[in-house]
Design a protein around this ligand. Structure first.
Ligand SMILES: [Cu+2]
Ligand SMILES: [Zn+2]
Length: 173
């Protein structure tokens, strides 16, 4: 009888520990002004059950539409943000709207609106990304978040003609 209880207790313990293993990865990074702008902000990246959610609050923007992308390298060292390279494009597809039939970069998040106070926010979720997994087509660690002065026209190659890079954040744990 005692053995049965012990076994039951062990099973309960194992299942409880199993529940705690639901992996949640979270990274918080700061957007820093580039190209003589005053654009800054905060980005959180959370992975839950295979879905990554990006939430960004951006301040000091010109009112209107702005592009936001993931670029290739988490290197915001240059004053124009170009040290981050081009759009993150691990699948070698053309630039385009997210989940466009004719292809899109895995960094082509798209556009968001800034209000008259210069504040914009965007919430974006996808299962095509991961945070720190082994798949180089999905892993966003080591990439950068770039906010642009203008809108992404979603067609111009290779980057949507979105203008200067006004804010930059490296995706580093
Ligand atoms: Cu960009
Ligand atoms: Zn692109």
């Amino acid at each position: 009888m005692k053995k049965t209880y012990f076994l039951l207790l062990t099973l309960i313990l194992i299942s409880l520990l199993g529940c705690q293993e639901i992996k949640v990865e979270k990274i918080k990074i700061n957007l820093n002004a580039k190209s003589n702008s005053k654009t800054s902000g905060k980005v959180s990246l959370t992975e839950r059950n295979g879905v990554v959610t990006l939430e960004a609050n951006i301040y000091g923007l010109e009112p209107g539409t702005h592009a936001i992308h993931l670029h290739d390298k988490a290197d915001c060292s240059s004053s124009d943000g170009k040290s981050t390279g081009g759009h993150w494009n691990p699948t070698f597809e053309p630039h385009g709207a997210w989940q466009n039939d004719t292809g899109f970069h895995r960094g082509d998040i798209g556009n968001f609106e800034a209000n008259n106070q210069g504040h914009g926010m965007i919430k974006f979720s996808t299962d095509l990304w991961c945070i720190g997994c082994e798949d180089p087509v999905k892993n966003i660690l080591g990439k950068a978040v770039i906010v642009h002065q203008g809108a992404d026209d979603l067609t111009s190659q290779p980057s949507g003609a979105a203008g200067a890079r006004v804010s930059c954040a490296g995706i580093i744990n």
